[in-house]
Design a protein around this ligand. Structure first.
Ligand SMILES: Cc1cc2nc3c(=O)[nH]c(=O)nc-3n(C[C@H](O)[C@H](O)[C@H](O)COP(=O)(O)OP(=O)(O)OC[C@H]3O[C@@H](n4cnc5c(N)ncnc54)[C@H](O)[C@@H]3O)c2cc1C
Length: 421
């Protein structure tokens, strides 16, 4: 495989493009928008990006915003509120390696230009079945990284790996100014705030670097469908919707209201409202001619953003695919290769999905015990916070009650040992 085509220029497609250019491949990237259109597009999600995903960007020399303090996330604070609105406990820990939050319009528009500067062949054209037919003939391998776009119909749902058949949360994400976050009780700090309201949903907040290079915040509401916070209307005025959330928090969760009481929208339509049905697809897309293409990113594994596994997973898979292409120089790009590569990746990716599913369904008893232990023991808190970006390190202990007990016993023993020293 020497000539590669990629359709879709989000995290998956662009990162794979850079990885392969770096390794000397001939890469053609098809994007439905040019850099200017991306920069001026409607507000996209604002993902928190952790290591190891950030490490790939560093290796590729595309971590252009590393010296911008507004992108840095130093740690995460989780607060759990019970059904009567009382705070049950807090889990808080710094990240061993800072995470990053940035407006994707800034990131991808600059990356698109950089891709051309590095010799990539960029074509601004919307991918269609006809285009895929054409480029499967001209290239050794074709990857489809178009997210939730219409090409997703090419790929069948993987019934065994898909847990849900409808959205588990209704989402509203606001780009806002003037928030006061509670990480380390220091609103000027670069921490994220993650709040679970039992029976209601989640409120997730973080500072981030806006496309105009200002430090602003995102406020993400994850409302349980039919619950008391499920009042968002995507056709309504965004500022009015933000005011509704303030009233809801003031009446029900005063400490959360404190964080957004002075918040105002960063721009008129700077919000995202919708829902996703977490879905895993089969990776092989068969075109009418019989030629095959491979799915990646959200198109392959679509997660609810509750635990930030989407873009982080898309990035890990792009890196994994690039490594496998290098190792497969003499192999044919066919359904067998695509399936084998995807199954290899699933060995770790399944834990990204498992932890997201646990958060969406509500923690099992042993997971509740682990979370409470994390609120009491900084070492367990650190394991949680630093595990978000690489969920597989939290297994088997997060998934299995017996392993959870062993893990907690070991942590307790460590405390005894430390006290004795
Ligand atoms: C509210 C919200 C919050 C989120 N928060 C987080 C988080 O904190 N952490 C995290 O890791 N993830 C988060 N995510 C998920 C994350 O944004 C996605 O998982 C990630 O962006 C997927 O990347 P992708 O490259 O697969 O797809 P996309 O980013 O969707 O990119 C697809 C690209 O393909 C283009 N395209 C579409 N159709 C075509 C076509 N036919 N031809 C050519 N181009 C096409 C699109 O314009 C786009 O540029 C969040 C998602 C949401 C909705």
């Amino acid at each position: 495989m020497k000539k590669i085509a990629i359709v879709g220029a989000g995290q998956s497609g662009l990162q794979l493009g850079f990885e392969l250019l770096n390794k000397g491949y001939h890469v053609t990237l098809y994007s439905d928008k040019d850099a200017c259109e991306i920069f001026n597009s409607a507000a996209p999600p604002v993902p928190i990006q952790f290591y190891p995903s950030l490490g790939y960007e560093k290796e590729l020399g595309i971590d252009f915003w590393k010296s911008e303090p507004a992108t840095h996330i130093d740690g995460v604070r989780f607060d759990l509120y019970t059904t009567d609105g009382t705070k049950a406990f807090t889990i808080e820990a710094p990240l061993k390696i800072k995470a990053q939050t940035i407006d994707l319009r800034l990131k991808f528009s600059e990356w698109l230009n950089e891709f051309k500067r590095r010799g990539g062949n960029l074509i601004i054209e919307k991918g269609t079945i006809a285009l895929l037919e054409e480029i499967t003939v001209k290239n050794d391998a074709v990857f489809v990284a178009t997210g939730k776009g219409e090409l997703s119909q090419l790929f069948k749902k993987d019934e065994k790996k898909t847990v849900f058949d409808k959205p588990q949360r209704h989402l509203a994400l606001f780009y806002a100014k003037n928030c006061q976050l509670n990480y380390m009780n220091d609103p000027t700090s670069g921490g994220s705030s993650y709040n679970i309201m039992e029976g209601v949903g989640e409120l997730i907040m973080s500072p981030f670097l806006s496309k105009n290079k200002e430090r602003i915040f995102y406020i993400l509401f994850e409302a349980i469908p039919g619950g008391p916070m499920d009042f968002f209307d995507r056709n309504a005025d965004a500022a009015g919707q933000l005011e509704l959330t303030k009233k809801f928090l003031k009446d029900n969760y005063p400490p959360l209201f404190q964080m957004i009481k002075d918040a105002s929208l960063a721009g008129k339509n700077e919000w995202v409202c919708g829902a996703v049905t977490p879905t895993v697809k089969c990776p092989v897309g068969v075109l009418p001619s019989g030629n095959v293409v491979m799915a990646m990113g959200d198109l392959l594994i679509l997660n609810d953003p509750i635990l930030a596994q989407g873009l982080n997973g898309a990035s890990k898979f792009a890196h994994y695919i690039a490594e496998r292409i290098v190792k497969s120089e003499d192999k044919k790009f066919d359904a067998e290769w695509i399936t084998e590569v995807t199954e290899g990746y699933w060995q770790t990716a399944q834990y990204n999905n498992a932890i997201t599913t646990s958060m969406l369904q509500g923690a099992a008893p042993h997971q509740q015990e682990l979370l409470f232990a994390a609120s009491q023991n900084p070492s367990i808190a650190a394991d949680f916070v630093n595990g978000i970006g690489q969920a597989h390190v939290m297994y088997p202990w997060f998934g299995d009650p017996n392993e959870a007990k062993k893990y907690l016993d070991k942590k307790a023993l460590n405390i005894v040992k430390e006290a004795a020293e």
